[in-house]
Every structure is written in C-alpha cells, then in structure tokens.
Design a protein around this ligand. Sequence first.
Ligand code: HEM
Length: 168
Amino acid sequence: MTHGMKLQAALVAIAIAVGGPQAAAAQGSSAHSESGSEPAARSLYDRLGGLAPISVVVSDFIDAVVLDAVLNANPAIDAARKRVPAPYLKYHVTALVCQATGGTCQYQGRGMKDSHAHLNITEREWDRMVAIFKETLAKHRVPAKETEELLTIVGSTKSDIVVPGGVH
Ligand code: HEM
C-alpha cells in the first residue's frame, strides 16, 4: 500500500467521523434520510459552502503561513516556501480539505509524513500554524461548530507532521 493510499483511507475515515455516514450519501442530492422524515446531516463540505469558499479560506491561510516570521525562523520551512510555489500548496491543500470534509475532490498529493518530514516542524511551530488557521477561519466568519470540525481534521495530521522533541 502506498502512502497516498494510506492517506486517502485516513481521509475517508475522517470524513465519516466528521460528517457521519449519511453525509457522503446525502451529498448534493436528497435533503432527507431514507425514512423520509428526518433531515439528513449535511456534510461539512456543504456547510462550508462548497469548493469556492473553501478555496478562498485556504488561499488566505497559505498566504499568511508563508509570510509568518515565527514559521520562517525555521530555516527548513523558509527554504521550502521559497522553493515551492504558494499556488501549488493552495491547490493541494484545497483538494485535501475538500476531500476530507466530504466534497468530491480527490487529493492527489503526497502523504503528510513525506511532505513535511524534512521541515523539522516543532510543537511550537505547529501551535503557531493552528493559531493562524483559527485567525483565518474567524476572519471568514466560519461558525464555531464548523471551526471545531476543521480543527479536528487538521489535528488528525499532527503526529505525521510534528517531529517529536524537535528544536532548531
Ligand atoms: C506548522 C505546520 C505546517 C507547515 C510549516 C507546513 C509547510 C509546508 C511546506 C513548506 C510544504 C512544501 C514542502 C516541500 O515540498 O518541500 C508543505 C507541503 C504540504 N503541506 Fe504543509 N505545512 C504544515 C502543516 C500542514 C497541514 C496541517 C496540512 C493539511 C492538513 C498540510 C498540507 C500540505 C500539503 C497537502 C502539502 C503538499 C504535498 C505535496 O507536495 O504533494 N500542511 N507544507
């Protein structure tokens, strides 16, 4: 099994955990469950407004991350963000968020371990990224429930991204 496949499986698991099994079934179709009485749960993707608003939030988030002085004090992060185009990161992160929230996108990028291991990301840098993420969601008036669900999705990648006991 490739890393990509492993990540895809994890994302499906996250989507189900977050949106519930009905979310996938209800996507873009019936607003009612099979019984016809209870309204079906809407996927996080739908509650966020779909791909257009998600792409705008991700774009703002990446713009803030690549300019952040705390993160760029890590020489490996600074070198990578100068080498890797921001639009490329925006494309991949948008696809990943779309897929993980129950959208129809297919994330085609590398696994989180593969794409971050060389960056030596510390706990402190992780916390800084989460703070920027929260600020971005607040700026776009993402409601509390959806913010929590997005933070859970992002949090599920932490053990693949943070280097334990890492310092610079
Ligand atoms: C402190 C936290 C993070 C930092 C500083 C960071 C920074 C970076 C950098 C510099 C790259 C380019 C690496 C390279 O190609 O050499 C990258 C790739 C990527 N990151 Fe992050 N990242 C962080 C967390 C996350 C999180 C939480 C996610 C998603 C949940 C994410 C998703 C991605 C994706 C999808 C790629 C592209 C993978 C590919 O090239 O196929 N990152 N990140």
